[in-house]
Design a protein around this ligand. Structure first.
Ligand SMILES: [Zn+2]
Length: 91
């Protein structure tokens, strides 16, 4: 039987892909990324993301400026990490 709400439900089933550049693992919207990459991030960045995450922000598309800054920091860290710059961790 076809449920007319079905496709809509699926369209909004708020999961997304991992924020790690190049990773296309599907993760629940409330999580930043897949387990492997999440735990690759330094704790100080994970803390910021967790702290500033607002429940439902993925639906309202209205994350706080702090969350956006944290997500940006995470992304920049990832790119550095991928390029190997994090090996001389003077930070
Ligand atoms: Zn990932």
């Amino acid at each position: 039987m076809t449920d007319p709400r079905g496709p809509l439900w699926r369209k909004n089933n708020n999961d997304h892909t991992c924020h790690w550049p190049g990773c296309d693992e599907r993760v629940p919207a409330r999580l930043w990324g897949c387990k492997r990459h999440w735990f690759t991030l330094p704790p100080r960045i994970r803390e910021k993301i967790v702290k500033h995450y607002r429940r439902g922000q993925e639906r309202s598309r209205d994350p706080s400026p702090e969350y956006i800054a944290a997500a940006k920091e995470a992304r920049e860290w990832c790119l550095k990490h991928i390029n190997g710059a994090e090996n001389d961790s003077h930070n």
